[in-house]
Design a protein around this ligand. Structure first.
Ligand code: G4P
Length: 527
């Protein structure tokens, strides 16, 4: 019984957005709610160059960015909140995507002045593919932005998801008066106070604001929306087919409390997860979890690593013995950490939905399952994410060929980079989703394997997988390169959009697959 209660209390989510949409500002406000920090500006002081997450890696120090996606947890109104950071900007990497395999829902922040931007689309696609529920917060209403209806249209069109506005802004920019909280049938007046004051709709008529033309227009607009718009459906939200949309300003802050209070009620608690042949319930008494990220080189002297584990069932207790499903080996989980904003505390116990850091002497791989008791099977493999940038790689010194291969092999296995082989001319091409992965790759090859690598960019490319029976090497060249992935499946690295379209027109019969096929299934089950 206690187990079930613990699971129900947990809300594990990530915030996704394009850089500068307001993710940090929003995170900060949420941490204030959780009393984790006392004043804003502590999460990431851009101007002072102070960052909340670790300075574990040398490379982080050099670049002044945080490579690690940190995890923040706090209590809020009877819930245990776990927020997973999804690194953006320069530090966008496959880890950013993988973080999404460890959450139960996602908050998408959109800048009202800009609408949907590139990075949001990429992250959204991964959420949609995995059926993760998505809650939308449209930010910066204190500035003149795009019309709310335009923004909803754009979300529906570009992202192909149904929207349901939970509230509706009354004006914006200098004329921003507040929001009509449609879901709770109340008006939230913008008065510059951090504390949001709620006025039931039938009491608004006694306020001066009800005479304001902007207010009156908004009420009419909302009435139209009630008639013509989609119906709210929690079931559709939880299936990832409808996104509840909230408006506000993370900076003011305004609408953040309204958003978060509703979100925390609706967002799903940890659900069952699929293993190779079965489904494990989060309140199964046996402990299980999977590793979605490995942070290497926390301490260059010791070469130790930390594996990030998402608990999926049972109760984690420090010092417990678990089995590594891949090898059947027993491991004692002695050194474990929880990540709270900028500090790392020892974690004594954890439940489904929690993220813990386990000391890794080099035994783990990304996607590994740790379990105990009657549980025996691994969780479904983590998907690979299609890279966008590609570089040819060779060792500077040919005498180092052996270390070079070993290093690449291990870094590929760890999921730091993806390796492709040219075809029919064999060459090594590494793919990544962000520049940081190359920097980390070069740095680690030098420091851990003592090999200087030469990277030669072949530019941003559009990868498309081919059906094996449709592979015809004569159709490809340097422009549209034919390569093999780790599994031996063929794909084409198209030079650009134009080249891809040209090819599609010319060879309509050849099927081009956008993502790894392994991505087509959904690891979580929504029942
Ligand atoms: P990010 O983590 O998504 O990259 O965005 P971040 O929160 O750092 O916000 C980017 C910029 O947008 C910051 O301004 C921030 O103050 C501003 N911002 C965030 N939310 C709002 C909002 O609701 N309204 C308005 N008007 N601005 C908002 P900056 O000048 O780039 O940085 P800073 O010096 O203020 O930290």
């Amino acid at each position: 019984m206690e187990l079930q209660e613990q699971v129900q209390k947990r809300k594990t989510f990530a915030i996704i957005s394009h850089p500068d949409a307001g993710k940090t500002t929003m995170t900060e406000k949420l941490l204030l709610f959780g009393n984790l920090i006392r004043s804003a500006g502590t999460v990431k002081g851009k101007k002072t160059g102070k960052y909340a997450t670790s300075d574990w890696m040398e490379i982080e120090k050099q670049r002044g960015i945080s490579v690690t996606s940190s995890v923040m947890n706090f209590d809020y109104k009877g819930h245990k909140v776990n927020i997973l950071d999804t690194p953006g900007h320069e530090d966008f990497s496959e880890d950013t995507y993988r973080t999404l395999t460890a959450v139960d829902s996602v908050v998408m922040i959109i800048d009202a002045t800009k609408g949907i931007e590139a990075q949001t689309i990429k992250l959204f696609k991964v959420c949609k593919m995995r059926g993760i529920p998505i809650f939308t917060f449209i930010n910066k209403l204190d500035r003149e932005g795009r019309e709310p209806l335009d923004l909803l249209d754009q979300i529906e069109e570009v992202l192909n998801i149904e929207t349901y506005p939970m509230n509706w802004p009354v004006g914006m920019g200098k004329r921003f008066l507040g929001i009509l909280d449609r879901y709770h049938d109340r008006f939230v007046q913008f008065n510059g106070n951090e504390e949001e004051s709620y006025i039931p709709m039938d009491e608004v008529s006694s306020l001066a604001v009800s005479e304001d033309p902007t207010y009156q227009e908004t009420v009419e607009e909302l009435a139209l929306l009630d008639e013509a718009g989609d119906q709210f459906s929690l079931e559709r939200v939880l299936a990832g087919d409808q996104t509840p949309v909230f408006f506000g300003s993370a900076l003011a802050p305004f609408g953040v409390q309204t958003f978060f209070d509703t979100f925390i009620q609706m967002a799903p608690s940890p659900g069952p997860r699929r293993t190779v042949e079965a489904v494990v319930s989060p309140d199964n008494p046996d402990f299980s979890g999977f590793i979605f990220k490995i942070q290497a080189n926390m301490n260059p002297q010791h070469r130790d690593r930390i594996a990030f584990l998402r608990v999926c069932s049972g109760r984690f207790e420090r010092g417990m013995n678990v089995t590594l499903a891949r090898t059947g080996k027993s491991i004692r989980l002695g050194q474990t950490q929880q990540f709270v904003a900028s500090s790392r505390d020892t974690v004594e116990e954890a439940y489904a939905g929690d993220i813990i850091g386990v000391y890794d002497p080099g035994s783990y791989r990304i996607g590994d399952t740790l379990l105990e008791g009657k549980l025996k099977e691994s969780y479904d493999e983590l998907p690979q994410f299609p890279p966008e940038m590609f570089q040819r790689v060779t060792a500077k010194n040919v005498m180092k060929a052996k270390q070079f291969r070993k290093g690449i092999e291990q870094l590929v296995q760890e999921g730091a980079i993806q390796l492709f082989r040219g075809y029919p001319m064999d060459s090594m091409i590494i793919g990544a989703v962000g520049q940081l992965q190359y920097d980390v790759f070069q740095h680690r090859m030098r420091n851990e394997y003592n090999v200087e690598v030469l990277l030669e960019s072949i530019g941003d490319r559009i990868p498309r997988w081919l059906r094996s029976e449709q592979v015809d090497p004569s159709l490809f060249d340097e422009r549209n390169m034919l390569v093999k992935d780790r599994e031996g499946d063929f794909l084409v690295l198209f030079k650009n959009d134009f080249a891809l379209r040209w090819f599609t027109d010319k060879h309509p019969d050849i099927e081009l697959i956008d993502l790894y096929e392994v991505n087509q299934y959904d690891q979580t089950t929504h029942s």
